[in-house]
Design a protein around this ligand. Structure first.
Ligand code: SF4
Length: 159
């Protein structure tokens, strides 16, 4: 998996102060996409073990307390990105137990295949659905267009 940007301190992509990773690769091709350069799976740089360790270290940093990790893109739930991100979210929940995980995806929750659903036990907040320009509304919190849904998962007992 490649990623485009990593922000170790971010206050705009989810609640609280966060670490945010924008992954590469998206096939939804939404009209009016805010981040077209993220569509290519080869954009950005390779997400390696050093980067994974850095995120864990940043989440554990007590000098700047983060509420959690945000995964955006690109599409973090594209099947090509799942193996790498599954490993990351499992580590976050094992090694940073008080941190939440927010994920933005162009897929709808109801459309996720078996492989994509493997991510769900580790996600606290999922914002789903393509960006639909005709339903765009800058006043919406955490969403670009009104069709998108903020799912807040509370039952984590299958983790
Ligand atoms: S899902 Fe997001 S990154 Fe992908 S095309 Fe739509 S707006 Fe762009």
């Amino acid at each position: 998996m490649n990623y485009l940007q990593y922000y170790p301190v971010d206050i705009v992509n989810g609640e609280g102060t966060r670490c945010t990773l924008f992954v590469s690769g998206c096939e939804h091709a939404c009209k009016g996409c805010y981040n077209k350069k993220s569509w290519s799976f080869s954009a950005g740089v390779v997400f390696d073990q050093v980067m994974e360790d850095q995120i864990i270290q940043d989440l554990q940093d007590t000098r700047i307390k983060r509420q959690g990790l945000t995964l955006s893109g690109g599409d973090p739930l594209h099947p090509r990105n799942i193996p790498t991100l599954l490993k990351l979210v499992k580590r976050v929940k094992q090694e940073c137990t008080d941190k939440d995980i927010w994920v933005w995806t162009g897929y709808k929750l109801t459309e996720l295949n078996e492989q994509q659903q493997e991510m769900l036990p580790y996600i606290d907040v999922l914002i789903d659905g393509k960006f639909i320009q005709e339903q765009a509304d800058p006043a919406l919190a955490w969403r670009g267009s009104a069709n998108q849904i903020i799912h807040r998962f509370s039952a984590k007992d299958i983790r």
